[in-house]
Design a protein around this ligand. Structure first.
Ligand SMILES: O=C(O)CCC(=O)C(=O)O
Length: 359
């Protein structure tokens, strides 16, 4: 069975590997300047007073609330999730320390051209004519080799935090996944693979202060290829989700809260009833924003398809079965159109409008 990193390696995307130190730039370079023609929609946000649902995991109705949030938003924030605040601070500190290293030091741990782990630009960069105002560090498996390059003396300390974060998030992801399945009327026994072995990647992101934030883009609009993504953000806003009828809605950071968003594989598994959410990140002039995304998926070779309980004479399966490995291939080739490439019934999934039209 290929590991997640092999799955990514099979489907490389070609991103620029040397890029300037964003912290040192006084002006927005042309290559980072997004104009309306580079954006697929209005750059401005339109909050309309709407806000992403906040769900208390101790609430006896948590499963129902998660189901409702997944159906209507594709995203929610979770509190009382039992991840210690200290661990959230520790992982944030890893990100802060890492991204504040000198540029030449960070490049020692650069993602190799056909690799997936390490320091570099967002993998989605290759789909856009302009660069994004962010830097990232992807961890799949052990970060030991890369961390040794970054911190020859102290790498153990940082590796331990990442390991602990990864293990703790794995438990939370499992819990959230079961609550989500429960909301769909699916029991543990009816989805055997999930209890055993899931796959995950950790993505640290930094969005440095920007000299011209209105013309820059931290991370362009995309959906995740995951089942679920669990995101810890520092107290600086910037993440926006797209909501039909409301436009871009900012996910306001709440202390200790975690953002959970529906990925494309859950979209498929739920037969389209829990749509993956289109999201992006805006930047600001004043404060650096940091985030840590736990990208959770199934084992790479397990086939994900609309669950039989969600399919019937009046509910035909909308998607064919696909492994995470295969889906990453579709994503690397078709990016935001990947879902429509695995659709069975002719239709168009338009991620920019979060609408699905069966044609
Ligand atoms: O930084 C964020 O808030 C979002 C990060 C994200 O979308 C990603 O890592 O794919």
């Amino acid at each position: 069975m290929p590991s997640l990193s092999e799955a990514y390696r099979t489907h490389p995307v070609h991103v620029q590997h040397k890029h300037p130190d964003l912290n040192s730039l006084q002006e927005l370079p042309e290559s980072y300047t997004w104009t309306h023609t580079n954006l697929d929609d209005d750059h401005t946000s339109n909050n309309c007073g709407e806000s992403v649902p906040v769900i208390d995991l101790n609430d006896p109705n948590a499963s129902k609330m998660i189901g409702h949030a997944c159906k209507t938003w594709g995203v929610y924030q979770v509190v009382n999730h039992s991840i210690p605040m200290k661990l959230l601070h520790d992982i944030q500190r890893v990100g802060e320390t890492l991204f504040s290293l000198p540029s030449h030091q960070k490049h020692k741990a650069a993602r190799s051209p056909d690799g997936v782990s390490g320091y570099g630009l967002a993998r989605i960069s290759c789909f856009f004519p302009k660069l994004m105002w962010s830097e990232g560090f992807t961890i799949i498996g052990s970060p030991l080799d890369h961390f040794r390059q970054l911190w020859p003396q102290e790498y153990h300390k940082y590796c331990d935090i990442v390991t602990q974060y990864d293990e703790t998030m794995k438990k939370l992801a499992r819990k959230l996944m079961w609550l989500t399945l429960d909301s769909l009327g699916i029991t543990k026994e009816e989805l055997k693979w999930f209890g055993s072995k899931t796959c995950a990647a950790l993505q640290l992101n930094s969005y440095p202060t920007c000299p011209d934030p209105d013309r820059a883009m931290g991370l362009a609009a995309h959906t995740d290829s995951t089942l679920l993504t669990i995101l810890h953000q520092n107290n600086i806003s910037g993440l926006q989700v797209h909501r039909k009828g409301a436009g871009w809605v900012t996910v306001q950071p709440i202390s200790g809260g975690l953002v959970v968003n529906v990925g494309d594989l859950l979209h498929i598994l739920s037969n389209g009833s829990y749509p993956s959410v289109l999201h992006r990140v805006m930047v600001n002039r004043v404060q650096q924003r940091l985030s840590v995304a736990y990208l959770c998926g199934p084992p790479p070779n397990v086939e994900i398809c609309p669950h039989p309980k969600l399919v019937g004479p009046n509910q035909p399966p909308l998607y064919r079965a696909v492994t995470w490995n295969e889906y990453l291939g579709a994503k690397a080739k078709h990016f935001n159109k990947a879902l429509s490439t695995v659709r069975l019934i002719s239709g168009l999934f338009d991620v920019n409008n979060n609408t699905e039209q069966v044609g």
